[in-house]
Write a protein that binds this ligand. Structure first.
Ligand code: SAH
Ligand code: SF4
Ligand code: F3S
Length: 449
């Protein structure tokens, strides 16, 4: 087996183009979709102009994510004028949320398929090829696509995502995911380990285990800490990461396993959402600021060197200036290495849309978000400056964007490092001394052997 055996098949067949929005789960799903369509004779293309079928894998997390996709759909109408036989499908979270409305709209969509109905895609597409419209938005209690080998669409051949569970049961009051992805279910660990081992044998050196709340992974006797250990045991040369942890149930057992294996990366994404207990309660996050800070302290106890990143929402329903200040103070207290920061966007049908008023006006949300972003920028610089002078092992992912004389790769802490190529290439581990930084990147030089 080699890398090519995981890549899209070449040759004759109707051409499938797929465009992916949203989170890493969607990126993983697109690779499953290509695998399913390939078995039915379709061939993947990166050229939209030669496509017979275009699938758009969509996200509903915030209104602007959906607006972008409506924009793409008007573009599709133009492509269809030029090629009347073209089939256009909407798959993923927006398909699940809007269902028939997508077919009924003026957008010219032929196929609508939700996240649990991808096995049905070939027959849905065929119906559309025969001139009909086709929809399947059934959610499932069991589907995990466990035995389907994803066709790898990543560019580098070094880092890959492995989906370990689907759905979410947490019902954070602002969030659409439980409605678009259905209930939580875990994938058979044997199929996960097999997939990760195959990736390693084909030259990959890092896998990220994916789920909306990986801490609640369980399949028979195997919980998430056990699964992490099983994957880490494949080889000391295979790095293991995961996303995302929910603060309410990140356990000491997991931290202990992370500390035990050098090849489990020392980086945790722990979305706080807010620093205010009032807001956390309304968000139904099921933890307090104090609980969250205790978990941060636990991470630091087990792994003093662990980078911590987060997600934050500005301007949630009823958020006062005092609540907002609490978020800023939480950020300072933790000293996040980086963060994803968003304005609250009301999603129809969620608990907060039904029960709370979206009462912070947009200008005020923007002001608060900008304050959060400015503070995070300072914290990111500070976090990167702490790296200067240290020697880190970097897994090379490829050439740096700016120059082919330089390579880029990540440290265990998930920080991107750029350094002179020397005689190295993608997939190798290189010891690099960090010599400088910006807010987003570290610069370094190889430590001579
Ligand atoms: N399952 C992950 C995150 C999934 S969504 C977790 O719970 O951590 C990614 C991020 O989008 C969330 O962490 C949250 O910060 C943000 N988000 C979700 N719904 C949102 C909404 N309605 N408005 C603004 N941001 C939202
Ligand atoms: Fe959404 Fe909360 Fe589930 Fe994350 S844990 S996907 S924020 S409901
Ligand atoms: Fe978006 Fe669905 Fe992911 S709503 S963030 S693509 S789970």
């Amino acid at each position: 087996m080699n890398l090519n055996s995981l890549r899209p098949l070449q040759g004759e067949g109707k051409k499938l183009f797929i465009e992916t929005y949203g989170c890493q789960m969607n990126a993983g799903d697109s690779e499953i979709v290509v695998s399913i369509m390939q078995r039915e004779g379709y061939r993947y293309t990166e050229q939209i102009a030669e496509a017979d079928v275009i699938l758009i894998n969509t996200c509903s997390i915030r209104d602007n994510a959906e607006q972008r996709i409506w924009g793409r759909l008007s573009e599709m109408r133009r492509l269809r004028k030029a090629k009347p036989t073209l089939v256009v499908g909407i798959i993923g979270c927006m398909a699940e949320r809007l269902k028939e409305k997508l077919i009924e709209s003026e957008s010219g969509v032929d196929v609508v398929a939700g996240p649990d109905s991808y096995r049905d895609l070939p027959s849905l597409v065929r119906k559309a090829e025969d001139g009909g419209k086709a929809i399947n938005v059934e959610l499932s209690k069991e589907e995990t696509y466990a035995e389907i080998a994803p066709v790898r669409l990543d560019k580098n051949g070094v880092t890959a995502f492995v989906s370990i569970m689907r759905g979410c049961n947490n019902y954070c009051s602002y969030c659409v995911v439980p409605y678009t992805r259905g209930i939580e279910r875990s994938r058979d660990p044997q199929t996960i380990v097999r997939e990760a081992r195959t990736l390693f044998e084909c030259g990959y050196r890092e896998v990220t285990l994916l789920g909306q709340n990986v801490n609640s992974y369980h399949y028979d006797e195997v919980g998430f800490p056990e699964l992490m250990a099983m994957v880490a045991e494949i080889s000391p040369l295979l790095r293991v990461r995961f996303a995302t942890s929910h603060p309410k149930d990140i356990s000491d057992a997991l931290l202990e396993v992370m500390a035990r294996y050098d090849n489990i990366c020392k980086s945790i994404h722990l979305p706080a959402q807010s620093g205010s207990n009032e807001m956390l309660k309304k968000m139904n996050r099921k933890y307090t600021r104090e609980w969250y800070l205790e978990r941060i302290a636990a991470i630091r106890r087990y792994m003093p060197d662990c980078a911590i990143t987060t997600d934050l929402i500005a301007g949630f329903c009823g958020e006062t200036e005092e609540d907002h200040q609490q978020t800023l103070s939480l950020m300072r207290e933790v000293g996040y290495a980086s963060a994803f920061m968003f304005k609250y966007s009301e999603r129809p049908g969620t608990f907060s849309a039904r029960h709370f008023e979206d009462d912070i006006d947009d200008a005020e949300k923007t002001r608060r978000l900008n304050e959060i972003i400015a503070l995070q920028n300072t914290l990111s610089v500070a976090s990167n400056e702490q790296e200067v002078g240290k020697v880190r092992e970097v897994l090379v992912e490829g050439e740096s964007k700016r120059s082919d004389a330089q390579l880029c790769g990540r440290t265990s802490q998930n920080k991107m490092v750029v350094f002179d190529r020397g005689d190295h290439q993608a997939g190798e581990y290189v010891k690099v001394r960090i010599t400088g930084c910006s807010s987003a990147t570290l610069f370094g030089e190889e430590v001579s052997k």
